[in-house]
Design a protein around this ligand. Structure first.
Ligand code: ASP
Length: 342
């Protein structure tokens, strides 16, 4: 008889495990043990499930790099004892966390699947059960003794996505996430429809390396018509600023005005890494396609290509947490590390 897969369920918080506060009516996290009592169906799954919870479950708006390191530590400490990991997480910042963990877990050779829900597990119309049950099922998938998935993913509303390609686009619909520039990996219907050629290849013989040092001296700036020199200068003058994700227009376009290019040139000369990502919800930066991006290309702005803002900011924190020679930084950023960029 084949040995059952062992899955570790890591509960960090989020709507999935929340209930209404009697007095205020606001949703807040409740004790994890009660969460499992609410899903007796889990016992029917063909795998062994063990659980571990954040001491204080959080709304994911309170997620931060220290807590990402806590998730990474749980995975590191339990890596050899389990076949897969399912992280229960609030949907609000789930794409940031899935992106961050994808960088922090180098040489991952087991599935790490983030999921959550839009309605609490106790709600009659909850989406939590399907998300949780299928996420666990996917984490348990094995072929010839090897895991089918060996990367950080996000499962929500019948689709498994590469985590660092996702973004939350809807605060109400059960289909809360999209993966604008990379197709979903698995679709759940009557069968699990797998797009295997899109999976990251298994790195079976490499040892897991966990990176917990992230540099938070970074900022995301969304361009808008009317952004003033004073505002941009103030941002770029933040003491100890090391990196900026600049959300530009269309294919990576921004004003051609002198002050704009001068400020960015100075920032780059001062060692600040400037990454150009598009504020469009899909598509890629292509500096040089228009006159409005040519100067940025010339002064050494990094192309975020088709990366999401969530993956760009976490990749920036991750790379700045390492000592990378200044001249190599641009090349390293523009190279896919975990399938996050085209
Ligand atoms: N506010 C919640 C959170 O992100 C929403 C959710 O769980 O979907 O923790």
């Amino acid at each position: 008889m084949p040995i059952k897969a062992k899955i570790l369920l890591i509960y960090t918080g989020g709507t999935i495990g929340m209930k209404k506060d009697f007095e205020t009516g606001a949703l807040k996290a409740f004790n994890f043990s009660k969460l499992l009592q609410r899903i007796p169906e889990l016992k029917l799954l063909d795998c062994e499930i063990e659980t571990i919870s954040f001491e204080k479950p959080i709304d994911s708006s309170n997620m931060n790099p220290e807590k990402w390191a806590d998730i990474a530590t749980i995975i590191e400490d339990n890596y050899n004892s389990y076949d897969g990991f399912v992280v229960l997480h609030g949907s609000d910042t789930m794409s940031y966390s899935a992106s961050a963990l994808s960088f922090m877990l180098e040489n991952l050779s087991k599935p790490v699947i983030f999921t959550g829900s839009q309605l609490p597990i106790g709600d009659l119309r909850t989406d939590a059960k399907e998300n949780l049950i299928t996420a666990i099922q996917i984490a348990s998938l094995r072929e010839n003794g090897n895991p089918v998935i060996s990367e950080v993913c996000l499962y929500f509303e019948y689709k498994l996505y590469r985590g660092n390609r996702t973004t939350k686009t809807n605060a109400e619909h059960f289909r809360a996430f999209i993966s604008p520039n990379y197709p979903h990996l698995i679709e759940s219907g009557v069968h699990l429809k797998m797009n295997k050629d899109l999976f990251l290849p298994l790195k079976k013989d490499l040892k897991l390396k966990v990176h917990k040092t992230l540099d938070t001296n970074v900022v995301i700036v969304k361009m808008f018509p009317g952004m003033s020199e004073t505002v941009l200068a103030a941002i770029l003058n933040i003491s100890n600023l090391k990196g900026i994700v600049l959300e530009t227009y269309g294919a990576g376009n921004a004003p051609t005005e002198d002050w704009f290019i001068r400020l960015l040139t100075q920032a780059i000369q001062n060692g600040i890494q400037v990454v150009n990502v598009t504020q469009c919800s899909a598509g890629s930066v292509n500096m040089g396609q228009y006159e409005t991006s040519s100067a940025m290309k010339k002064i050494g702005v990094i192309s975020g290509k088709d990366i999401t803002t969530e993956a760009a900011i976490t990749k920036l924190m991750y790379l700045l947490g390492h000592t990378i020679v200044q001249n190599d930084f641009k090349t390293v950023f523009e190279t896919p590390l975990r399938g996050e960029i085209g």
